[in-house]
Design a binder for this molecule. Structure first.
Ligand code: NZQ
Ligand code: ZN
Length: 389
C-alpha cells in the first residue's frame, strides 16, 4: 500500500427529514447566502424547506448556477457576498451548485485574480468561507470532498476552459443527504449519476495492484452495488431504499476513502472535461464515451487489475486472459448503454474533425502526461479519441 494522509472533516446528516437539521448545523448568528441552480429546487419544494429550517437567520438567495458552473456566474455570487457582508454559504443542488459554491467560498478571500485559483489548481487557496450543502443529485461526490470544477466562457483563446481545483479549505462543513430529495430527478440525470460514480471508482481502482486489499474490496463492493441498483433506480426513482443506497455509494466513491493508499488515473476525466467545454456534453456522457476505450487501449499496463475486475466484479473466470479482459470492458460499455448513456462520440454528433481542438485544449491545460504512469501523452489521448468515434 502507498503512504497516505486521509483527512475529511465533512459531517454527513443522512436520511429522510434531515433538512431540518440545518437549524443545528448553521451558526445562529450566520448571515447566509443560499446558492442554487435552475428551478428544480424551487419546483420540488427543497428550497422552501431549507429556508424554513434557517428560521430567523438573515439569508439571501443566489439562483441560476448552470450545469458546469461558470466563473462568470459565480463571480456575481462573490460580489453579493462581499457587498452584503454575508458569512455563510448554503449550496442546494447537485455537483454544479456545490462546485460553484466551493469556488465562491475560496474566491471571496482571493488576493488578486480569482481565476488564478483554477490556474494554480487550488495551491494558492489559504482560507475559505464556511459552507454547507443540501445534495439533490447523487453523482459527483462533491458533497464530501475538496474538489471543484469550474468553467470559464470568456477566455483569451476564445475556447472555453473547464478546470478543477482542490484545497482542504473547501471541504463542506456539513452535507445534508436526504435521498427523497432525488425523487424528482429525470432519467438522464439519474443515469449520469450512476455513470459518474462508477467512473470515479474505476479511476481509483483500475490502475495497478499495490496490495491495498481493503480499498480494492470497498471499490468492488461499490461497483457491484451500482450495477445492481443503477437500472432499478431509473425505473423506480421514488424508491427510498434504492435512492438511499445510490446516494451513499456516490458519496463514498469520491470522498477520499477508496483513493487512499492507491494510485489513481483520472485521464478519462481530464479528456472528458475538454469534451464538455467544447461540445456541451453532460459530464457523465463524456466519461461513458472515454472510459471503455481508455481501458481497452491501456490494457497492457492495467492487465492485472483488469483481470481482478473481470473476476470479482463481473464474475468472469473462464477463457483466456485476453478474452476475459475484453468481456469485462464490453460489460462496462454495455452497462452504460443499458442506462441509455451512449458510449460513442458519433452518437452525440461529434466526428473525427473535433479531435484536434480537444487535443490542443488538453495541451494548453498541461494535460500531456495523464494516468497512473503519466504515459497518457497527447498521442495516446488522440488514439483514445479516435477509437471512441
Ligand atoms: O439546475 P437545476 O434546475 O437544479 O437542475 C439540475 C441540472 O439541470 C438537475 N437537478 C439537480 N437535482 C435535481 C435536478 N432535477 C430534478 N430533481 C432534482 N432533485 O440536474 C441537472 C444537472 O445538475 P448538475 O449539478 O450539473 O449535475 P451533477 O451533480 O452531475 O454535477 C456535474 C458537475 O460536477 C462536476 C462536473 O464536471 C460537472 O461540472 N464534477 C465535480 C466533481 C467534484 N467536485 O468532485 C467530480 C466530478 O468528476 C465532476 O467533474
Ligand atoms: Zn466525474
Amino acid at each position: 500500500m502507498l503512504n497516505f494522509d486521509f483527512y475529511n472533516p465533512t459531517r454527513i446528516a443522512f436520511g429522510k427529514g434531515k433538512v431540518a437539521d440545518i437549524d443545528k448545523l448553521v451558526p445562529p448568528e450566520a448571515r447566509v447566502l443560499i446558492i442554487y441552480g435552475g428551478n428544480s429546487a424551487q419546483k420540488n419544494g427543497t428550497l422552501d424547506e431549507v429556508q424554513a429550517a434557517l428560521g430567523n437567520r438573515r439569508f439571501e438567495l443566489f439562483g441560476g448556477v448552470e450545469p458546469n458552473p461558470t466563473y462568470e456566474t459565480m463571480m456575481k455570487a462573490v460580489a453579493q457576498v462581499k457587498s452584503n457582508q454575508l458569512d455563510f454559504l448554503l449550496a442546494v443542488g447537485g455537483g454544479s451548485v456545490i462546485d460553484g459554491t466551493k469556488f465562491v467560498a475560496a474566491a471571496v478571500f482571493a488576493e488578486g485574480d480569482p481565476w488564478e485559483i483554477l490556474l494554480q489548481r487550488g495551491a494558492n487557496v489559504k482560507k475559505a468561507m464556511p459552507y454547507g450543502t443540501v445534495l439533490t443529485l447523487p453523482a459527483t461526490g462533491s458533497e464530501m470532498n475538496d474538489g471543484s470544477v469550474v468553467s470559464r466562457v470568456e477566455t483569451a483563446s476564445g475556447l472555453p476552459d473547464k478546470l478543477y481545483f482542490s484545497s482542504e479549505h473547501v471541504f463542506p462543513q456539513f452535507s445534508v443527504l436526504d435521498p427523497s430529495k432525488s425523487f424528482t430527478l429525470p432519467p438522464r440525470q439519474l443515469a449520469n449519476g450512476v455513470v459518474d460514480a462508477y467512473t470515479h471508482i474505476m479511476e481509483q481502482y483500475l490502475t495497478y495492484p499495490v496490495g491495498a486489499r481493503v480499498q480494492d474490496r470497498f471499490a468492488e463492493g461499490l461497483l457491484q452495488t451500482l450495477i445492481e441498483i443503477g437500472p432499478k433506480v431509473l425505473q423506480n426513482p421514488q424508491d427510498y431504499e434504492l435512492q438511499a443506497n445510490f446516494m451513499w455509494v456516490a458519496t463514498l466513491a469520491l470522498n477520499g476513502l477508496i483513493g487512499s493508499g492507491v494510485p489513481s488515473d483520472w485521464a478519462t476525466h481530464m479528456i472528458g472535461h475538454e469534451i464538455t467545454a467544447l461540445h456541451g456534453l453532460d459530464h457523465a456522457q463524456t466519461l461513458a464515451i472515454i472510459l471503455p476505450t481508455m481501458l481497452s487501449l491501456r490494457r497492457d499496463a492495467k492487465r492485472a487489475k483488469l483481470m481482478q475486475y473481470a473476476e470479482r466484479v463481473w464474475h468472469i473466470s473462464e477463457g483466456t486472459e485476453d478474452a476475459r479482459i475484453e468481456a469485462a470492458i464490453q460489460n462496462t460499455r454495455s452497462f452504460f448503454e443499458s442506462l441509455n448513456v451512449p458510449t460513442r462520440l458519433s452518437a452525440y454528433d461529434i466526428s473525427a474533425d473535433a479531435i484536434p481542438a480537444i487535443l490542443s485544449q488538453l495541451e494548453s491545460h498541461g494535460m500531456v502526461e495523464l494516468g497512473e504512469h503519466k504515459d497518457v501523452t497527447l498521442d495516446k489521448s488522440r488514439e483514445v479519441l479516435e477509437a471512441s468515434i
